[in-house]
Design a protein around this ligand. Structure first.
Ligand SMILES: [Zn+2]
Length: 723
């Protein structure tokens, strides 16, 4: 019985529906069917209750959605007081978590896609697959093969350390300077260097070299755990693990704590950069020599005499060089040893890997705190072979109909945004014209890049990864090297869908393009049975991405060139006032889980908040455009007040109300305090429940649909709207 209500008939997905709310849903459903025994069928997927014009959608998708919405709600809460609790209170209660975890509606989609990729990968390599997919499966199989990893032991890592010119164990009696040589070898053999990071980047068709300080997310616990694990494997007490960890962590902290937050970027020639190093005492590091070696493995051509490097944080570079100049060689050497040990140990024995992932915030907070080995390996394979995974997934699961429906939706959102811009009262005509022109230039990409599924194309683009072969450690090191030196060097013939990183479980806006990749085109984003609910979920996401082209960040980029032409002082002042309104409003948001005095940094999230509020407005208007079109298409149905059917059981909610319920349901999430604070310090987006509450409180249609009295929490007198 249970699986009938799931789009996927996989029992992993059904486990989440074990609550009493679900039983209530089933009872209501049975009741409804006894009532509707007299209904007449008008359409295969729709039933109309006799004597009324109310049509009810009875497709699997609609039942699935109705079940999801109903079991997530807490209808005892006043929707005008706390709509998040009203829409998601049931969900939050249902998912009591482990200490570090997070569970969310969107997280469930990620699991669905992972599950499908796992299914494909677990079947193994077949001869007809493109080489790149075979390579990705090989990588995955080595990743899950813990037996072989443990049998190989630590020997491969030790021989690597030795070839770098480092000892097997972190015991440095000699005080000689190892650094320039070790860094050149380290870069060659692992694609990584401690202290700084040279990278090849590509944007708007330009490829260039960048210098950054090497950012790590080390914490004290990680140092200790790693040393303890090393010590345990030797049972010799060759090192005082705790003391060694403490010393190293102190050194690491002192090296990477800077007196300024330097966000400046300057272009420097190699000679100028050498001068900067020399001036701060690092005369012993020859940048030309290092870069020559770095570039040997790359097909990127860089002129060491005339070429310029983009230095991110010149003041930080200066401070780092000076710190290296005054630090003792012994300590620099120890940290360098730890850096390479830490970078390679996770690809040796499972002991180290588990420690590594327990500390990595990216993996640690991904789901309920425990990720099974296969899922983790899919994630790892995805980071190295994103195109191969997309190819495998799209070949099996993507359908053209969803693509076409989504393209219609993207077009509706675009038209809606246009109408909203025309209606704005805070800009002058000239700015409006500029905004409309800018919107016109945004390219819409749905599904996947055209080249991806063309015969032979995937392998053709794989030249930068074809070397990623060998045992588990070697494969990972080669993947690092490819990522730092070759990854970005694709040649793009088409101007649409540039770059590869957009194949992911997210929509995005980048370089005047909106991306809606294939992986996101599933429930809960789309395939919800009702168009209104698809516009409320995927539509809002697409609107959000369109609006990103018009947020404060994007305006800052344009301020120098375009804005002078288009933005009058008055209009800019109006825009800034509206941005300030949001900054003030969002900073009042309370998060009791993190303490009563907790204050939000609403400047960090401002761009995303602008996009959230705009995205919802655009999606709602886009749905109206869709509905109008539908009503005109259907002949002789004037008697039907609404062309869209209602959801089973939730028939007392109007379509507009369902729209807001569906939107909010996307953000249902149960997060631990640790997860919340992690997100607050790193995420450019607001927290899920804030995205619901603040976005809706700034929306007049919401207040009207739910008849919230002016001045209630969900319908404040002062609203902040930019676009
Ligand atoms: Zn965003």
């Amino acid at each position: 019985m249970q699986t009938e209500f799931s789009v996927e008939s996989n029992d992993w997905k059904m486990r989440q529906h074990g609550s009493s709310r679900y039983i209530v849903f089933l009872v209501l459903l049975i009741l409804m069917f006894s009532v509707t025994s007299t209904i007449s069928e008008t359409h295969a997927q729709v039933k109309t209750i006799q004597g009324t014009n109310q049509a009810i959608c009875i497709s699997d998708e609609c039942f699935n959605l109705a079940s999801r919405i109903l079991t997530s709600m807490n209808e005892s809460v006043d929707p005008c007081d706390d709509f998040y609790q009203f829409a998601c209170g049931g969900y939050v209660n249902k998912h009591q978590n482990s200490e570090t975890g997070s569970k969310s509606t969107i997280g469930d989609l990620v699991k669905l896609v992972d599950y499908r990729v796992k299914e494909i990968f677990n079947k193994g390599i077949s001869p007809s697959m493109p080489e790149t997919v075979k390579q990705a499966i090989d990588f995955y199989e080595k990743c899950i093969d813990e037996g072989t990893q443990n049998n190989s032991g630590l020997e491969p890592m030790f021989s690597l350390l030795e070839s770098l010119g480092l000892p097997r164990l972190p015991i440095f009696r000699s005080k000689i300077q190892l650094l320039p040589e070790v860094l050149i070898r380290g870069d060659k053999m692992t694609g990584k260097t401690p202290f700084f990071n040279i990278a090849i980047e590509q944007q708007h068709g330009n490829t260039y070299l960048t210098w950054n300080v090497q950012k790590q997310v080390f914490n004290k616990q990680l140092f200790e755990e790693f040393f303890k694990t090393l010590d345990r494997h030797f049972r010799l007490n060759v090192i005082d693990a705790q003391q060694a960890a403490r010393d190293l962590f102190d050194f690491y902290s002192s090296m990477f704590t800077f007196s300024v937050l330097d966000k400046n970027e300057v272009w420097m020639s190699v000679a100028e950069f050498q001068q900067l190093a020399d001036d701060n005492g690092i005369t012993w590091f020859n940048w030309k020599r290092f870069l020559t070696s770095f570039l040997e493995d790359s097909s990127f051509k860089f002129d060491l005499e005339k070429g310029k490097i983009l230095v991110r944080g010149p003041t930080i570079a200066k401070q780092l060089f000076y710190k290296l100049h005054v630090a003792q060689n012994q300590r620099i050497n120890s940290y360098t040893w730890f850096f390479y040990f830490y970078s390679t140990a996770p690809y040796t024995m499972t002991d180290f890997r588990d420690k590594y992932f327990a500390m990595d915030p990216h993996f640690r907070f991904n789901s309920s705190g425990e990720i099974d080995l296969q899922t983790r390996c899919i994630a790892q394979a995805r980071s190295v072979f994103p195109d191969a995974i997309s190819y495998a997934y799209i070949s099996k699961y993507f359908d053209e109909e969803t693509k076409q429906n989504t393209e219609v939706m993207v077009e509706d959102i675009y038209q809606a945004f246009k109408l909203l811009i025309r209606d704005i009262d805070w800009t002058d005509e000239q700015t409006k014209r500029f905004a409309l022109e800018k919107l016109d230039a945004v390219k819409q990409n749905v599904g996947y890049p055209q080249w991806l599924m063309a015969p032979g194309a995937l392998d053709g683009r794989n030249y930068c990864l074809e070397d990623v072969r060998g045992d588990w450690l070697t494969m990972n090191l080669k993947a690092n090297i490819a990522a730092s030196k070759k990854y970005f060097l694709y040649k793009f013939n088409d101007t649409n869908w540039t770059g590869t990183s957009k194949m992911a479980m997210n929509a995005c806006y980048e370089g005047r393009q909106v991306y809606v990749p294939a992986e996101i085109l599933n429930s809960p984003f789309t395939k919800n049975g009702l168009a209104s609910l698809n516009y409320a979920s995927l539509g809002v996401f697409i609107g959000h991405e369109f609006t990103r082209g018009f947020d404060d960040e994007d305006l800052t980029v344009e301020k120098n060139e375009e804005q002078k032409k288009w933005w009058s002082r008055k209009t800019l002042k109006n825009f800034d006032e509206r941005v300030q309104c949001m900054v003030d409003q969002y900073s009042q948001f309370l998060i009791p889980e993190l303490g009563s005095n907790f204050k939000l940094n609403s400047i960090q999230t401002i761009s995303e908040n602008i996009a959230d509020i705009g995205g919802l407005r655009e999606a709602l208007l886009a749905y109206d455009l869709f509905k109008n079109r539908q009503m005109h298409n259907v002949n002789g149905t004037e008697a039907l007040p609404d062309p869209e059917p209602y959801l089973p059981v939730l028939t007392s909610y109007s379509h507009k109300q369902l729209f807001f319920l569906g939107f909010s349901n996307m953000w249902c999430q149960k997060e631990s305090p640790a997860h919340l604070s992690q997100k607050l310090s790193t995420d450019a987006h607001s927290l899920s429940h804030q995205r619901v509450l603040s976005t809706l409180a700034n929306n007049r249609d919401f207040a009207e649909a739910w008849q919230c009295p002016l001045g209630s929490r969900m319908n404040p007198v002062k609203k902040c709207i930019d676009w």
